[in-house]
Design a binder for this molecule. Structure first.
Ligand code: B12
Ligand code: SF4
Ligand code: SF4
Length: 378
């Protein structure tokens, strides 16, 4: 017979320990299946909205519910770690010479930071459970890479709600929470799920540069810049290249415009996520010089390392094409013969865009020059 008072006290202390380890939010959800998100996941996959992310469809039965993955699980400890930025994530919009890296990737890799804290919390839980006579707790920790639906679980645990941009929004931390989960055999009393507080707002949908939301609360990943710059291996379809602008890794637009961010404070963010100075506003001209070794050295400990030099340079070339900066032509030309065909094709596209930009600049100068000269010709 489980001691109810003891498990309630353990739940209370768990939240304190989570906060000590750097989690800004912690709540409990049941491990049984919630049919609605499971059904929506199936529909999303059925419509092919996951694009090339085959790993989303693989073992989808595990993703549907915690007990689908681990039948012994009784509770889910849902956790959020803040990465609220101190600066405006959209400040570099339209700055052709600079590249935009999404806020989540400007500091240390969250997979490592969140996982380390999750493991420490799980170890603490196992030790405390035994010490308090609740038996040896079974635990499994997850952040991002496993078959877990972290957002619906976060909502069920009261951390926030899935906003119209589909990410979890917290009343205290806005859109800036990384999520993680611990599945456990312990049966904690679940918290109250968070209600939807989007109301009539649709700022995120309006802000999306690629119209990636077919409807509120639904994302067609194949149109999302985050997918196109991080997950998609081949060439980015031509129709999206202009819309990438200077975004070379991920996108923050729908998150950054959310009015709930005004309650988020960078003081709640983990120090590990403070941006590395060289990744806040990097110069495209410098990024384009990176070879394999240079890429690995610059992005060691960063989530960007994952996409490899070729995909990264592909993205930088699209940004170069969008920059209107003819000073980049020489560097772009060098990549026309890159051994990677996707890089070489991106260079071709960028060059054509830069030449177009230059010729329209020349035409514009001639037009202005001609009209300026007019008064003198009289
Ligand atoms: C696949 C994935 C992606 C894909 C697809 C995104 C997506 N929305 O699914 C891509 C590559 C595009 C992506 C991008 C980003 N991602 Co991502 N991603 C994931 C991952 C691995 C799985 C998400 C998933 O299950 N998708 C499946 C679909 C079915 O889920 P969904 O879109 O949420 O669908 C729900 C809604 O559509 C809803 N729904 C449908 N119809 C309706 C109707 C109504 C009325 C309602 C209420 C709901 C509703 O039901 C579905 C199920 O809940 C999670 C980690 C994890 N394991 O959970 C991280 C995760 C979601 N990503 C994260 C982040 C930070 C990002 C980016 C912000 C990164 C960036 N800056 O570039 C962007 C944001 C783009 C966006 N607007 O979503 C964080 C989000 C944290 C948070 N606070 O929510 C997560 C949780 C990673 C983490 N551990 O922190 N990501
Ligand atoms: S991350 Fe960018 S491209 Fe993707 S849905 Fe949000 S605004 Fe649109
Ligand atoms: S921007 Fe508006 S609609 Fe979008 S998630 Fe935030 S509150 Fe909801």
């Amino acid at each position: 017979m489980v001691n109810a008072a003891e498990i309630a006290s353990l739940k209370h202390d768990l939240a304190t320990e989570a906060a000590r380890l750097g989690f800004a939010a912690c709540g409990i959800a049941p491990a049984a299946e919630d049919p609605l998100p499971a059904q929506r996941l199936e529909q999303w996959l059925g419509e092919g909205q996951h694009g090339e992310m085959e790993w989303m469809a693989a073992r989808a039965h595990h993703r549907r519910s915690p007990q689908g993955l681990w039948p012994e699980a009784r509770s889910v400890i849902a956790l959020g770690m803040s990465y609220a930025p101190a600066h405006d994530p959209l400040a570099l919009e339209g700055e052709g010479e600079r590249a935009r890296i999404s806020v989540y990737a400007q500091g240390k890799d969250y997979h490592d930071v969140v996982k380390k804290a999750l493991k420490a919390l799980a170890r603490w839980l196992v030790a405390e459970s035994t010490k308090r006579g609740l038996g040896e707790a079974g635990v499994k920790v997850f952040v991002d890479t496993a078959t877990v639906m972290e957002k619906p679980l976060g909502q069920a645990a009261g951390l926030g709600w899935q906003g119209k941009h589909t990410n979890l929004v917290s009343r205290a931390h806005g859109s800036w929470l990384f999520l993680g989960a611990i599945y456990t055999t312990l049966e904690f009393a679940p918290d109250v799920p968070e209600a939807d507080h989007c109301g009539s707002c649709n700022a995120c949908q309006t802000a999306c540069p690629t119209d990636a939301f077919p409807a509120p609360y639904q994302l067609n990943a194949r149109r999302c810049i985050s997918y196109l710059t991080i997950e998609l291996k081949g060439p980015v379809p031509i129709e999206f290249r202009k819309a990438l602008g200077n975004r070379i890794y991920g996108c923050d637009d729908c998150l950054a415009v959310c009015p709930w961010n005004k309650f988020a404070s960078d003081a709640a963010a983990m120090r590990a996520f403070v941006p590395r100075a060289e990744l806040v506003a990097p110069k495209l001209a410098e990024l384009l010089t990176l070879d394999d070794a240079g890429f690995r050295a610059l992005f060691s400990g960063s989530p960007i390392k994952r996409i490899g030099r070729d995909r990264f340079i592909r993205n930088c070339l699209y940004a170069a094409g969008n920059s209107g900066d003819v000073g980049l032509v020489g560097q772009v030309e060098q990549m026309l013969t890159d051994p990677n065909p996707v890089v070489a094709e991106a260079a071709q596209w960028a060059l054509a865009e830069l030449v177009r930009a230059e010729s329209s600049e020349v035409a514009e100068a001639q037009r202005c020059g001609a009209s300026r000269r007019l008064p003198h010709s009289f």
